[in-house]
Design a protein around this ligand. Sequence first.
Ligand code: ADP
Ligand code: MG
Length: 729
Amino acid sequence: MTNAASSSSLATSASALSLRPAVLYPWFAPVTTLKGVGPSVLQGLRRLLANSHMLEEHPHHTPALRDLLFHLPIGVIDRRNMTAVSALKKSEYATVEVTVTEHAPPPPNRPRVPYKVATEDATGTLMLTFFHVKGDYLSHQLPVGEKRIICGVMEWYNGMATMAHPDVIAAPEKASEVIRLSPVYALTLGISQKTVAKATTQVVEKMAPLAEWHSSELLKEKSWPSFTGALKALHMPNEAADILADSAPRARLAYDELLANQLALGLLRRIERRQQSFTIPHNEAVIQLLMKVLPFSLTKGQEQVLADILKDITSGERMVRLLQGDVGSGKTVLAFAAMAQAAAAGLQSAFMAPTDLLARQHLETLQPLAEALKIPLALLSGKMRKGEREDIQAALAVGEIKIAVGTHALFQDDVKFFKLGLVVVDEQHRFGVAQRMKLTGKGRTPHLLQMTATPIPRSLTMTMVGDMDISALTERPPGRKEIDTRAIPFARIKEVIEGLGRVLNAGEKIYWVCPIIEENTEDDGKLDLAAAEERYAQLSKIFPKKVGIIHGRMKLAERERVMQDFACGDLQLLVATTVVEVGVNVTSATVMVVEHAERFGLAQLHQLRGRVGRSNKASRCILLYHDPLTEVARRRLTTLRETNDGFVIAEEDLKLRGAGDVLGTRQTGLPEFKLADMSQHLGLIRLAHDDARHILSTDPELLSPRGRALRLLLALFEYDVAMGQLKPV
Ligand code: ADP
Ligand code: MG
C-alpha cells in the first residue's frame, strides 16, 4: 500500500479524528456538503478522488473537500483566444464571436427536434443547437442581429459546423466576466469538467488561510505563494503558466507534500531507532539444519545478507533492515532463516504479505521448511472462518504458534502475540508509513525485516527510506537463464500463438496477461475482463482443456482453485488480468505474454516478467504491443529488452515517468504522491529531506510557532500516526 492510501485509511479511526486540529475541520468536511453534490455526483467523485486501494478497502468512503482541492488541474482552456468560424476544428473547444442571424424552433409536437439558432461571422456560418428548450429564454439570450461570444465544441452535422449546447453565451461587453481561463481536470466516466470545476471553486472560495509552515526565507527565495494561494492559483488560474509542473504554485504544493512525508519518515525513524529489541542468539545448529533441508545451497549474495541479518538480531539493538532483490532472487528463505532463529530463542515471528493470495502462497513454501525444523507455523487471514481464526489467535496469544503468516490482519487490535520478536514485511512498498508506524507503536519492539522486489532507485534510497539499513540481492540463484524478452507488434499475434503450442507440448506453463483498458474508468474493470474473456475463448479453442482464466471478480476460492490447477494440475496456459499477484511462484512457467504491453508501467512489466525464469529452463517474455507507440512506451519496451536488472529498471522508470504518465505507480515502490510529480520535483525531495532533519533536530516536538504550523501540514496529509508520536500541545 502506498503512503497516501494507507494514511488516509487510518483517518477514520477515532484517534486520528481527535488529533486533527480544529482549524482543519472544514478541510475534511465531506464533499456532500457542497452545492450540487448529490448521490450520483458523489459516486463520480469517489472514483475520481479515492485512489484504487482506498476504493477496494472503503468502497463507500466519502471524499473530503481537501481531496477535491488536491485533485489538481492538468491543463487550462483559454477561452480568451477567439477563433474564426472557418478555422474551427472538429471536436475542439473554441471561442467565437458571431452575430445571430435566425431562430428555427422545432415544429410543435416534435419535442425531439432541436431548436436551431443560425449565427455567422465574416468567415462562415455556425449553427447552434439546443434540445428540450423550455420557454423563450433563447430569444433573450441570442437576439437576432446581435453579437455574442460563444464557447463550445464544434462538430460537423449534416455538413454544417454545429455547436450543441454551447458552454458560454455572453454579450461582448460582458465577455470579461464570463470568459477567463478555466482549469481542465482529469476525469472518470460519470463526472464532467463543469461539475468538478463548480465543486472545486466553491471550496477554494471558502477556505480560510492557514498559518504558514515554511520559513519566510524559503518562500522568498522561491517566490512561492501561500498554501491556500497556491490552491487558488491552480483551480482558478489567471495565467496558463500557473498550471505547468514547474510553476511556483505547483512547486509549493509539491514541496508541502514532500515535506510532510519527510517529517513523518523522520518521526518514524526516531521511534524505530529509540527502541531496544530482543537479543536473539546465533543458533548455528538451526542454520545447519535448514541448510540440510533446503534442496539448494545459498548463493554468495544470500550468505552475505543472512550474515547482515544475524548480526543485527544478535546485537540487542533493533533491526530495521530493508532487503531489496528482484522477484525470484531468493529473499523468502532468508526471512525464514531469521524466523527460525527467533523461534529457537523462544520468540514469535510474523510474516506479513500484502494480499491474501500471497500470504497463502508463502504458507505453502514456508510450511514444509517449518515442519522439517519442527517450528509451529500457521496462517492468519482476515478471510478465515471465525472459529478457525479464533483458534489461531488463541494459540498465538499463548505462544504455541511461533510463526504467523498473514496479511495486515496480523496487526489488528484483537491479535495478541505472546512474545513477538521479529516482523517480516514482504513487498514492503505496498505498505505505507502508517503501517510501519503501527508495527512500531504501542511498545512493540520486534526486529523489522522489510523486503521489496521493486528496488528503490539509487538516487532516491537515502531520502525515501532514510537511515534504514539496506541489503541487496543482486544475483539470481544459479542455473537461471536470462529471460529472453521480445517486443512484438500485435499484428503478429498468430505467430506468437503458434509458438506457444510448442511450449505446451514440452509440458511447460504460460502466463498470458491481458491489458488494463483504462485505469480510471467507471466500468470497474468490466472492459478488462471482456478482453481477457475473449482471449480465453480464443485460446481454449486452439488448446482445448489446457487454458484457464483468472481475474479479480472471481471468488477467492475459485481463483485459488484455478491457480492451483495451473501450478500443479493440467492447466498449462493461464489467461489473467493483472491480478496475477507479484510473487506468484510457478516454477514450471517459462513464457510470459503481456498484451498491450505499452499500457503497463516499466516496474509492472518487470514484475510480470519475474514470474517466469524460475527454473533452469530457458524462459521468454513476449511484449505484444499496439502501434503507434509513444516515445516513452518505446523506451520502456527497449529498456526491458536490454536489461533484466531491477535496479537499472527502477532508475529508468523514474526518468521516464512524465507528468500524467502514472501507469503502474503502485508497483514502483515510490509513494503515490498526489501533488508532487516525481519526474518534475525530484530536486525538491532532497531539500525536503534536509529541511525535515533540521526541523526535527531544532524543534523535536514541533512546539515552536513554526512547529505548530507544521503539525497542520502533517494533519493535512493525514500523517496522523506520526502526529500521535508528538507531545500534545
Ligand atoms: P523472492 O521472494 O525474492 O521473489 P523466492 O524467495 O520466492 O524469491 O525464491 C524464488 C525461488 O528460488 C524459490 O523457489 C526458491 O526456493 C528458489 N531459491 C532461492 N534461493 C535459491 C538458491 N540459492 N538456489 C536455487 N534456488 C533458490
Ligand atoms: Mg517473494
